[in-house]
Design a protein. Structure first.
Lengths: 176, 253, 351
């Protein structure tokens, strides 16, 4: 089973980090994985996105063009990617940042006020992780245990106190 | 029988290809005498340029590398960074060092690379038949300035030692000449000082040697030496432009 | 062995250090910057040298100097920077010096773009500078191969005393994949030719590419080409995938081969007898292997991120016995599996 995920938003929202956590999750589960960032001038303050593939088989192109999952945190990225989602795909929208809704009826969209929830729960800058929490709840790609291991692997030892904070944000996202 | 004069060991026992009256031979000998006196031949790597001294790798008994045109300071940097225990010198002409290799020269100096640069300034491209060099004097006739170098058209010559003396990584910038015995003695002292700086890890050392090119100047060897004195030294004054421990800048003299 | 998740550029840099690379000289350019950044952080602690040069030209000539002392060394750049290095690469080849050169390709010509491309195939395999010479050219298609091939590149460069290139692209450099680092035997053979000081115990060594006598230069080139002949016999490498009964063989290298493989798999699911030939060495080109892969082929399709460069070698290797067509995207556009599948179908696979 090949899962193709795009995460997209502004630079600084933690898009690439959230994608890395998913990739580390796949690594912990001994899956085949790839993570590919957009690079170049658009990284610096403009839009940022990354492609993540998680699969049981070797991965062909790491560039995701038609994702079955989209995690999206700003309006330009919503406009850019919403039509490329495969029928039957799932979309996770930060509705604090995006006031649009998709009119497609062949995909499932979850509108989570992730940035607002982050503010309210003193988790500033962790809207990306809250969305990840919702993502793992609505998909069965990665378990919560695996995700915990992914944080442990991805976060350097001297910042290990951040693991608990991230897990709290995940739980918050799961509860939405 | 007492030996009163002999070839330095560091100088290979071969015929040099230089033209009659050319001062490259004198400068080769000075470098080799210094290498002998410091006992560093077995630990030295020389870098040749592109230009008249392109085949100098056949004349120095230490290990030798032939660099691309102008790139000797970069190649020397590679040698020195890989093997800081080796003594490294480049031997470069004016076109090589001050035209095509300006960037490499300036940056090796400003990094304070512990290398010695022997810079031969004869105001012309000798090997290719006497074209305008970056050091060609105003008014000087060359193959590519047939009406004389006109600063309005070709710009001005570069005074390399003065320029490099402004850089913090430079330990020694000294201009010498080889037109007379006192000057030759002075030149050897400067070359020795440069190698000592390298040994003592003081930074980048350049010795600019005013040199002659009788063939391309169209002068006899004696007339060429006379031109060096009357035309070159007034434009390129001899002397020490910088002498310090570039790695400990407070000691700058 | 532990699987790590690393960017291609960083994994390559780590592997280079493990392979005994002691000096890195480079100049910043997208999309290879992570190689420099990684080595800037790690090289010194590893007993090595990282130096940012004033230009690509200086960097490659620093490589020449370091290599001349017998030290394993490397430089890395992307397409426009490799053009600047071409002078130095020619000198290194002419001086019979080993080194490793990384090209994380981007689109060209000129300043081009910064997105992935394979349009330096000709430059890498035919003309990376003036004069009669070749480089060993390795084409990784995964982060793991970035690691494995850089290790091999150092060994083969030393063995044959010539520069070796890793021809990657922005996609491979930027992507993260699981990677394991193999045990590396870093014992290097002595280099009696090196300029590391005579110690007054031997005749001086000369590292040089100048031969003013035509017959001397000719025999120097001939002896180099005798080495090249051995390399052509012994060092070709390729992946042959589903080619046993393949009527359509897709040829692609590097990141493009991954996309092509997806297309081949889909074609097989649809009953089309498609296979993939992926050269892992671009010079020497795997002539024997491609003929083996194409033994039942009626059509060959060369897919590249360029306007069509490797296709020349494919045709030459097959001696034009099988029709070879081309599909490519260029300028930084990555071909889609669906586009390649369409091309496969056009070649008669649809019936």
């Amino acid at each position: 089973m090949l899962n193709e995920i795009i995460l997209a938003g502004f630079g600084g929202q933690g898009i690439l980090f959230a994608g890395k956590i998913l990739a580390y999750g796949g690594l912990m589960d001994n899956k085949e994985i790839s993570w590919l960032p957009s690079y170049g001038p658009e990284m610096r303050g403009g839009t940022a996105n990354c492609s993540v593939c998680i699969s049981d088989d070797p991965i062909g192109s790491p560039l995701v063009l038609e994702p079955n999952y989209l995690i999206v945190m700003n309006t330009p990225s919503f406009d850019k990617f919403i039509d490329s989602v495969q029928p039957g795909g799932k979309v996770f929208v930060d509705s604090t940042m995006i006031d649009k809704k998709s009119d497609r009826d062949d995909i499932e969209c979850f509108y989570i006020p992730a940035s607002q929830l982050a503010e309210e729960n003193e988790m500033s800058g962790m809207a990306n992780i809250i969305l990840l929490g919702k993502f793992i709840k609505e998909t069965d790609i990665i378990s919560i245990d695996t995700l915990h291991k992914a944080f442990e692997k991805a976060i350097p030892p001297k910042k290990s106190h951040l693991i608990d904070v991230n897990m709290k944000a995940i739980q918050l996202g799961q509860q939405v | 029988m007492a030996v009163v004069f002999e070839k330095p060991h560091a100088l290979c026992d071969v015929n040099l290809h230089y033209c009659p009256g050319c001062t490259h031979g004198v400068i080769h000998r000075l470098v080799c005498e210094v290498i002998d006196e410091m006992g560093i031949e077995g630990n030295t790597v020389g870098i040749c340029p592109v230009g008249c001294s392109v085949m100098a790798y056949d004349y120095f008994n230490c290990d030798m590398i032939e660099a691309a045109h102008g790139r000797a300071p970069a190649t020397a940097t590679g040698v020195k960074r890989a093997r800081p225990d080796l003594m490294v010198f480049t031997y470069q002409g004016d076109g090589d060092l001050a035209a095509i290799g300006t960037a490499e020269t300036v940056h090796a100096a400003t990094r304070g690379e512990n290398i010695v640069v022997i810079f031969i300034n004869n105001t012309t491209y000798g090997m290719t038949g006497g074209q305008m060099a970056p050091t060609t004097l105003p008014g000087q006739v060359t193959q590519t300035t047939p009406y004389g170098r006109d600063p309005k058209i070709q710009g001005y010559p570069i005074r390399v030692c003065e320029m490099l003396s402004t850089l913090s990584g430079t330990a020694l910038a000294q201009r010498v000449a080889v037109d007379s015995v006192p000057h030759i003695n002075e030149a050897k002292k400067a070359i020795r000082k440069a190698f000592e700086n390298e040994r003592d890890e003081k930074g980048f050392s350049i010795v600019e040697v005013l040199s002659t090119c009788p063939t391309n100047w169209g002068l006899s060897p004696v007339e060429a030496l006379e031109r060096l004195r009357t035309d070159m030294i007034p434009y390129y004054p001899l002397g020490v432009f910088k002498d310090c421990d570039a790695k400990n800048p407070k000691e700058e003299k | 062995m532990e699987r790590n998740l690393m960017k291609g550029n960083e994994a390559l840099a780590e592997a280079a250090m493990r392979a005994g690379c002691k000096c890195f000289f480079g100049y910043p350019i997208t999309p290879q910057t992570e190689i420099s950044a990684y080595l800037a952080k790690k090289m010194q602690a590893n007993g090595g040298v990282f130096l940012q040069a004033e230009s690509e030209i200086a960097a490659i000539n620093m490589v020449l100097g370091a290599s001349a002392t017998g030290t394993r060394c490397m430089t890395s750049s992307s397409s426009p920077g490799i053009s600047l290095k071409s002078e130095g690469i020619s000198y290194i080849a002419g001086s019979d010096l080993p080194c490793v050169i990384i090209n994380v390709e981007r689109g060209g010509p000129g300043l081009g773009g910064i997105q992935p491309s394979q349009s330096d195939y000709w430059q890498a395999t035919k003309a990376l500078g003036h004069g009669d010479f070749q480089l060993l050219v390795f084409a990784p298609a995964s982060v793991q191969e970035m690691v494995d091939m850089v290790v091999k590149a150092f060994d083969k460069a030393d063995e044959y005393r010539m520069p070796a290139m890793i021809l990657a692209d922005g996609l491979l450099g930027q992507m993260m994949e699981p990677v394991t680092f193999p045990e590396i035997n870093a014992n290097q053979k002595p280099k009696p030719w090196a300029c590391d000081g005579t110690k007054m115990q031997r005749k001086h060594n000369i590292i040089n590419s100048l031969y003013l006598q035509p017959d001397t230069l000719e025999s120097s080139n001939i002896s180099r080409y005798e080495r090249y002949k051995k390399i052509k016999e012994n060092e070709t490498d390729a992946e042959i995938y589903l080619c046993d009964d393949a009527e359509i063989v897709v040829t692609a290298f590097g990141a493009t081969a991954r996309v092509a493989k997806s297309a081949v798999n889909t074609a097989r699911e649809q009953g089309i007898k498609a296979g993939l030939f992926r050269p892992k060495t671009l010079w020497p080109f795997p002539v024997k292997e491609i003929n083996e892969a194409c033994k039942s082929a009626k059509n060959v399709l060369s897919v590249e991120m360029s306007m069509g460069q490797m296709i020349d070698d494919v045709k030459l290797a097959l001696e034009c016995r099988i029709p070879v067509s081309f599909f490519g995207r260029t300028g930084g556009v990555i071909p889609k599996p669906s586009e390649i599948l369409n091309e496969i179908k056009k070649l008669g696979g649809a019936d």
